[in-house]
Structures are given as structure tokens and as C-alpha cells.
Design a protein around this ligand. Sequence first.
Ligand SMILES: [Zn+2]
Length: 256
Amino acid sequence: MVSYKELGLVNTKEMFKRAINGGYAIPAFNFNNMEQLQAIIKASSELKSPVILQVSKGARNYANPTLLRYMAQGAVAYAKELGCNHPEIVLHLDHGDSFELCKNCVDLGFSSVMIDGSSLPYDENVALTKKVVEYAHQYDVTVEGELGVLAGVEDEVASEVSHYTKPEEVIDFTTKTGVDSLAISIGTSHGAYKFKPEQCTRDPKTGRLVPPPLAFDVLDEIMKRLPGFPIVLHGSSSVPQEYVDIINKYGGKLPD
Ligand SMILES: [Zn+2]
């Protein structure tokens, strides 16, 4: 058993509180190798931003746990070298799909875990999430749950359609499970291809595809029911067209 505190990491509790009071969001980036980790720490240190380092289930299975732990410790030391005296770095499991995987990450030195039971029937999602919370909180590790289904692909978490979170469920879910943050679905999407052209409309002036709008009314309704509660948005809303141009210029083949 390794405590994340020994590695110099923090959980999400204080950073989320400050973000809500300060009216800003905190970025979470998945990393799969040293180069990505180095870029994330360099950028977050330059910006003096708290940061969440995410490991997917696939990355967790692939990575040697000892090496992963020292990479996290190395990230904290690197941030200090770059001038952050008290770096706020979270090591987080992204889309954990079982109690065993979440427990394993807590035991390895993760400071936060996500248990994604969103594809389960509601009551099973509540029971699984609650079980993870009960284990993780013993070690001061924070837990993210999910309600609603996101579109797109993230490792083995794949869904064809996006089902928005039902605002009428959020109070019951957060109360029963004791989660520290809640991932919701308002139309953001995972993966490199966010939306198919059929899902988009075309801007008559530029001929460019415009992605479907996000359901901000659902977000508003959830925030009204859970004032001050940390809300997590996965994926993103689109790939900016200027980046598609750059990708294609250097040999990419992203249509439209
Ligand atoms: Zn996700």
C-alpha cells in the first residue's frame, strides 16, 4: 500500500473548492507516455495551474505499476524544478469500471478514482459507486461518479448515442453514493472524431461543418439542484477547424 501523500500528490477536494469559489475549471489530461507527462507538467507549471493527470483503464493495465508511481512522483519533482513550490497534482483513474480496479489504484498511490457505472441500471450504479467511495474515503482518496452516457470512444468505454444526464436523479445519486464529483452528459464527446458529418449542420458562409450545440440547459438544471458541487465534463465539443487544417496540411486525412 502506497499513500499518494508520500508521492507529493493531492486529492481533488481543495482544488475543486477553490475552482468553484474562483469560477474556473481544472483540466484533466490523459497520459500514456513520458513525453505526454512532460508536456502536461511543463504547461501546467508555466500557467501555475492545478492539474489532473489521468490514467485510463487500458493505460493502467499496460503500465508497470512501480514505474507509474515513480512517474507521478517525478512529475511533482519536475513541477518544483520549474518553480512551483507547492504543485497541485492529482493522479486520477479515468473511467474505472470495477471495484477491484479502483481499489488497486487507491492501493498503488492514486489520489483520485473515477468509477463509471453509467452503463448499469441506476440502482446498480449507485451500489457500485457507493462501494468504491467507502473504500477510497478511508484513504482520503476522492471519487468521481457518472450519470448519463457519453458518446464516442475512450478505451473500451464506447457508446453510439449520447443520453443526457437526468437532472432529477443527481441529488439522489450524490447523496446515496457520497461521491466528490459527478461526470454528466450534456452532449460532449470522446475520441478524435467528435461527431459524424450527419450530426452537424453546415455554416452557409464558410461551408464548414458546425457541431451540434451542447445542452447547457441540462447543465444549468443540474447546477441549480447541486449548487457548489464539482461537475465533470468528459471529452469535448468539437475539434477546432483550424487544427483540422493543420493536421491535413501535414499529411492527415480528416475529411470535412
Ligand atoms: Zn471520459
